[in-house]
Design a protein around this ligand. Sequence first.
Ligand code: GUN
Length: 283
Amino acid sequence: MTDTKIIDGKAFAERLRADIARRVELLKSQKGITPGLAVVLVGNDPASEVYVRNKGKQTREAGMNSYEFKLPETTSQAELLAKVESLNLNPDVHGILVQLPLPKHIDGEAIINAINPAKDVDGFHVINAGKLATGQESFVPCTPLGCLMLLKDTLGDLSGLHAVVIGRSNIVGKPVAQLLLRENCTVTIAHSKTKDLPGVVRQADIVVAAVGKPEMVKGSWLKKGAVVIDVGINRVNGKLVGDVDFESCQGIASASTPVPGGVGPMTIACLLENTLKAATGLS
Ligand code: GUN
């Protein structure tokens, strides 16, 4: 039996946010610039309201300005586009985040692609997705960036390792795969149509689970010593669980992230990192 290290994303994110706050202070004192993040929420989705509140709080705690816009569920596409356009033109706003999911009558893709790519701190704009895929400097989506930071902190050099990413969303699966490829991993993207998923996962040195199915990935699927990153946040009978059956991985994985307290706290920390980057300009 190997001991399975618990990857403490909460502590890592706290250290990262403290370092961001230090760099924000420097930017203020040396350049007179206070980074500003605008968050737009349309409608009353309770989970989104919690996320947006946390984003605002942590933005202010990092010494940045937070601009929050809560628009009614009935907001039209044209009204939301006009809001995005005004934020694009506002020099105090360095980063813009439109909280997803949007109401069904709004074309989310059109809204995301209306954001100035230089203010797209979510990294969802097609220009940023394309730059990531072609190895150009870009904004990288926050959850994937958080996964990569935890993996590098746990494993150091990722070069040559086989990573199996389960899930192919534009928000997590695809950008995580791109980042791991950039780190010279051999990358497999698995998804709902993959045949023999346990057999595919068994090849992995790194498993990233981002499927939204509670406790789907079992310890018995893993190669001994694999590192497991669980991106899932599922509420089951009032309890938060990931996409990985955490208990069954103990003694098989060499390290794994808990839910909550693993990848989750990294997302907002990386959003703040991206906002600071937007305020200083892409290097
Ligand atoms: N909804 C859930 N996660 C995210 C995220 O990272 N960004 C945005 N804009 N919406 C989300």
